[in-house]
Design a protein around this ligand. Structure first.
Ligand code: HEC
Length: 457
C-alpha cells in the first residue's frame, strides 16, 4: 500500500458574505458613481482578502482603501479576464463549497471604479475589514504538531515539488477527525497534499531520524523514503493513510459532519506532505509549518473511501496517455459504480499540458449527473471540490471523465520548447510528465444522505 499514488482529500470551504444592494443605477444597471465604501470593499472582502492580506498568498494586501485604490486598474484587468479570484471550475455546471465568483455586474463595478479613478466614498458606510482568526480556522486544536526542523528553500528561482516529513509523538493513540495544515511561509507554499503514517507499537524507535525534505525527481521515491527514514526499524514499510489533509491558499479545510470521515492515529508517526509545491523564491528562505490536530474519542461511524480513475487508478485511459508534440488531444476514462454511493469530494488532476477537464455520470435510467467542468485547466489552482450536499450515484451509473491536453507551443505552460512527446510514466512521476486522474471521496449510500450538508452550515 505504501507506494500508492498521490491521492488527495478534499477539505475546502470559505464563507461568502453577500454583496450590498445597489441604488441609483444608470441605464446599464450600474450605479452612477462606484465607490470603495459602498461597492468595491464588500466584493474585495468577500472574494480577495482571504489571500490578499499581510503574510498570505496574494502578492499584496487589499485590506484597505489605500491598498486597493493604487491598483484599481490592475483589479479591473484581473477581474475582467477572470484571472482573479482563482476558481477554475464552471459554477454554472456544478456547485461546490467555498466557490469563488464575481458576477458580470460585479466585474463591471471594478471596471467603472477604475475608470472613475477609484473614489473612496463615505468611509463610515464601508463594511469593517474582515477579521481572520489566527492560528486555526477550525477552532481550538486538540494538539499541535510543529515541524522540528524547518524546510530550507534555496533562492534559486525554481519551483519545487518536494516530499516533506513532519514527525510526531502523541501521549496516546486516538482518532483524528481533521488536520489543518498551517504553512510557515504562506507566500511560497502553493499547494499541498498530506498523508499519515502510523507506526505500529514497537516498530519504530525514533520517528525523528532522517532529513525533512527530499526532491523525489532527483532520486526517485524509494531512495527518497530511505533518506526521510520512513521504513520501520526492520526495514519493512508501514501503512500509509492517504489524503488526511490538503491545502491551497485562501481555502478553509472542509470538515465532514460528525461521524463521517476520520482516521485512527498512533502514538508515533509521520505526516507526509507528498507533494508540497513551493513557488520560486529569489532568496534563500525557510518554511516552518505546523499542524492543528482535531481528535475524536470514537472511531468514525462512516469512514470515507477513495477511488481513483485514470493514472494509477482503476480505469484505463483511452487512448493511452501519450501526447505527441504539436498536438491537442482528448483522452477519456470511465468506470461503473457497482453499488449506490454518496459522493463527497472530487479531485481532478492533470499537469502542465492540461487544457480542459470534464466529468459527469450517466445513471442506468440515462439521466446525466453533472460532476465538474473546468473549461480552462490551471495547474496552479488544483482545488478539491466538495459538494454542498452529498450527491447520490445509483448503482449501475457510469462516471465519464474527459481531459484535453495541449502539447503545442501555444500552451504557455508547456515545459518544453520545442514541444516533445509527453506521456504518463511507468516509474517516477515528474511535473513535466502527464497525469489524468479523477479522485473521488465517497461513502456507501444511506437513505437521507442527499440531505446531509457538507458546507459546515
Ligand atoms: C485563493 C487566493 C487568491 C484569491 C481569493 C485572490 N487572489 Fe489575487 N492573487 C493570488 C496569488 C497567489 C497571486 C499571484 C499570481 C500568481 O502567481 O498566479 C495573485 C495575483 C493577483 C494580482 C496580480 C496579477 C499580476 O499580474 O501581477 C492581482 C491584481 C490580484 N491577484 C487581484 C485579486 C483580486 C481583485 C481578487 C478578488 C476579486 C483576488 N486577487 C483574489 C491569490 C489570490
Amino acid at each position: 500500500m505504501f507506494y500508492r499514488a498521490a491521492a488527495t482529500l478534499s477539505l475546502l470551504a470559505l464563507l461568502s458574505a453577500c454583496g450590498q444592494p445597489q441604488e441609483e443605477t444608470t441605464g446599464d444597471g450600474l450605479p452612477e458613481t462606484v465607490t470603495w465604501s459602498e461597492h468595491i470593499a464588500p466584493l474585495v472582502y468577500r472574494e480577495c482578502t482571504p489571500c490578499h492580506r499581510p503574510g498570505h498568498a496574494g502578492p499584496f494586501s487589499l485590506m484597505t482603501y489605500q491598498d486597493a485604490s493604487r491598483r484599481a486598474q490592475l483589479l479591473a484587468a484581473v477581474t475582467e479576464s477572470r484571472f482573479m479570484p482563482p476558481w477554475p471550475a464552471d459554477i454554472g455546471y456544478s456547485t461546490f463549497v467555498g466557490q469563488r465568483h464575481l458576477t458580470n455586474a460585479e466585474i463591471a463595478l471594478f471596471k467603472r471604479w477604475a475608470v472613475q479613478n477609484a473614489p473612496e466614498g463615505d468611509l463610515s458606510q464601508a463594511p469593517p475589514a474582515p477579521v481572520y482568526p489566527e492560528g486555526s480556522t477550525l477552532g481550538k486544536p486538540d494538539f499541535v504538531v510543529k515541524i522540528d526542523k524547518p524546510v530550507q528553500i534555496p533562492g534559486d528561482n525554481e519551483e519545487h515539488f518536494w516530499i516533506v516529513k513532519i514527525p510526531f509523538e502523541l501521549p496516546r493513540a486516538t482518532y483524528l477527525k481533521a488536520v489543518e495544515y498551517v504553512p510557515g511561509h504562506r507566500r511560497i507554499v502553493h499547494h499541498m497534499n498530506g498523508h499519515l503514517i502510523n507506526y505500529e507499537p514497537g516498530k519504530k524507535r525514533d520517528v525523528y531520524g532522517g532529513i525533512r525534505h527530499v526532491d523525489p525527481l532527483l532520486m526517485g521515491y524509494a531512495e527518497s523514503y530511505q533518506r526521510l527514514d520512513l521504513p520501520n526499524d526492520d526495514g519493512s514499510y508501514p501503512a500509509l493513510t492517504t489524503s488526511v489533509m490538503n491545502y491551497l491558499p485562501g481555502m478553509q479545510p472542509v470538515v465532514y459532519p460528525q461521524g463521517i470521515g476520520g482516521w485512527p492515529i498512533a502514538t508515533k508517526g509521520v505526516f507526509l506532505l507528498r507533494d508540497i509545491h513551493y513557488a520560486a523564491s529569489p532568496v534563500d528562505t525557510q518554511d516552518a509549518a505546523y499542524l492543528n490536530l482535531f481528535f475524536s474519542p470514537d472511531p468514525p461511524e462512516r469512514p470515507t473511501q477513495e477511488i481513483q480513475l485514470g493514472t494509477l487508478g482503476i480505469s484505463e485511459i483511452e487512448p493511452a496517455l501519450i501526447i505527441p508534440p504539436d498536438t491537442i488531444m482528448t483522452f477519456r476514462t470511465q468506470a461503473m459504480v457497482m453499488q449506490d454511493i454518496s459522493l463527497l469530494t472530487l479531485n481532478p488532476h492533470m499537469h502542465l499540458l492540461g487544457k480542459s477537464y470534464w466529468a459527469y455520470a450517466i445513471t442506468p435510467r440515462s439521466d446525466t449527473i453533472p460532476l465538474i467542468r473546468i473549461p480552462k485547466w490551471d495547474f496552479r489552482w488544483q482545488y478539491n471540490y466538495t459538494f454542498p450536499k452529498m450527491l447520490k450515484l445509483p448503482a449501475g451509473s457510469t462516471v465519464y471523465v474527459e481531459g484535453v491536453f495541449d502539447n503545442t507551443r501555444n500552451n504557455p505552460n508547456n515545459p518544453f520548447n520545442p514541444p516533445r512527446t509527453v506521456r504518463e510514466p511507468e516509474g517516477n512521476m515528474r511535473t513535466t510528465d502527464e497525469m489524468f486522474q479523477l479522485i473521488i471521496t465517497y461513502l456507501p449510500y444511506k437513505a437521507g444522505d442527499e440531505n446531509i450538508s457538507l458546507s459546515g452550515k
